[in-house]
Design a protein around this ligand. Structure first.
Ligand code: ARG
Length: 410
């Protein structure tokens, strides 16, 4: 293969399907290879991509990036990462997918990298933030040729392209280990209640496991109910258990990078559970000031993740801070699934910044040399400045003085 080959981010969906002939007709490439990256989407999606690639006579590569993606998810847990309440599944996956596609393109000596994103969303920006570091040509036919869904369907029909499988235009789904995102189609009406059945885990799920114990080591979840698990297995298992209880469902208006507000539906049971457990443990083992300062750091980390710009000097610095705070985040949190929530109900750690003797209503002393009575002096000072300000205002009678001062009568 050669410079005349272009590597396309390939899902087998409508956009990537019509992109294949366009890369030849409009951009002059001789050969298109399709690359599908495994970030934990359902097996049916690979089958669909494979079938479509075969029908299009495109060489199809599948790259397993589940471990790399899951490692990044563990960083997201340490950073308590959410954007406007959404745990960033699509956003975190894109740079991993982009890097995997680029690696294949380099292997085959391709000259170009292409995606099927429109010019309205975030994913075009996330892909290209990675690819534009290479010296390959970056191509976005749907955006550059200003294509609409309607035009694509017509073009596909004209050309006899395979677009039947899973492409009825009801909505667009993006699934991976961390979340399943549903947008577009009928959901573009924010006032429309999403119909039943558009969520993956709905009826008939096994709700028997209502309580789980998650063990963390230095901020990373490492075991579920006492059984050691690697990140991929842990996340997959929790998606099943927590998903059965309807945990991690979000229906929101989301502010995209370009400023567009869009309606999004998400499912993210494992993410919600792990983030809730991690935060419960942090609140036990970190000091109040570390917790409140870390909120700002976490917030910036999540913004950069949403933008697909985690590879930046700022994020390296944020990571250094986050990493330093996580040493004591070691212990176990019990989560109860109830009413669609993942609620922490118990935590254990020998790193807790907590003394039962100090906090208890049943003991007199706080610590060896601090008595309950020592708080009297603190209580006298507390609010002193406000009391002083109130008494000064009362004695100077500001209202009358001002009225006299502006009088112009004599
Ligand atoms: N709006 C989300 C984001 O930018 C998800 C986009 C996912 N794409 C989809 N076809 N459902 O992170």
């Amino acid at each position: 293969m050669s410079q005349d080959t272009v590597a396309l981010a390939f899902s087998g969906g409508l956009d990537t399907t019509v992109t294949v002939p366009l890369l030849k007709e409009e951009y002059g490439y001789d050969e298109v290879i399709g690359v599908t990256v495994d970030v934990g989407q359902p097996a049916s999606e690979f089958a669909e991509a494979d079938e479509t690639a075969e029908a299009l006579d495109v060489d199809h590569y599948v790259v397993d990036a589940t471990d790399a993606f899951a490692d990044l998810l563990m960083d997201a847990v340490k950073a308590n990462a959410t954007y406007e309440g959404y745990p960033l599944g699509t956003a975190l996956a894109r740079p991993v997918i982009a890097a995997s596609i680029q690696a294949v393109a380099e292997d085959v000596g391709a000259g170009g990298l292409a995606h099927g994103c429109t010019g309205k969303g975030n994913d075009q920006l996330r892909f290209e933030a990675v690819w534009r570091q290479s010296d390959m040509e970056v191509i976005a036919p749907v955006r550059e040729l200003n294509l609409t869904r309607e035009w694509e369907i017509e073009y596909a029909e004209e050309k006899g392209l395979p677009i039947d499988s899973g492409n009825d235009g009801t909505w667009s789904i993006d699934s991976n280990l961390w979340s399943r995102s549903i947008e577009g189609g009928k959901l573009e009406d924010p006032g429309l209640r999403a119909p039943r059945g558009h969520l993956r885990v709905d009826r008939g799920a096994d709700r028997r496991r209502g309580l789980v114990e998650i063990e963390f080591e230095a901020g990373v979840p490492i075991a579920l109910d006492g059984e050691a698990m690697k990140p991929v297995e842990l996340v997959t298992t929790l998606n099943e258990i927590a998903g059965a209880h309807g945990v991690g469902r979000t229906d929101m208006m989301e502010d995209r990078i370009l400023g567009l507000k869009v309606r999004e539906n998400y499912e993210h049971p494992a993410a919600t559970t792990l983030l809730s457990a991690h935060q419960a443990l942090e609140s036990y083992v970190l000091t109040a000031e570390t917790l409140s300062f870390k909120e700002q750091i976490d917030d910036m980390w999540a913004k950069k993740a949403y933008q697909g710009l985690l590879a930046s000097p700022l994020v390296d610095s944020l990571d250094a801070f986050i990493e330093d705070t996580q040493t004591p985040v070691t212990g176990t949190v019990t989560i109860k699934f109830e009413g669609g929530q993942a609620r922490p109900v118990a935590r254990e750690s020998d790193q807790g910044v907590y003394s039962e003797a100090a906090a208890s209503f049943n003991t007199e002393a706080v610590m060896d040399d601090i008595e309950q009575g020592d708080a009297t002096g603190v209580a006298k000072y507390h609010g002193f400045q406000d009391r002083l300000a109130a008494s000064i205002q009362a004695s100077t009678d500001v209202g009358e003085f001002a009225a006299e001062d502006i009088s112009t009568e004599d």
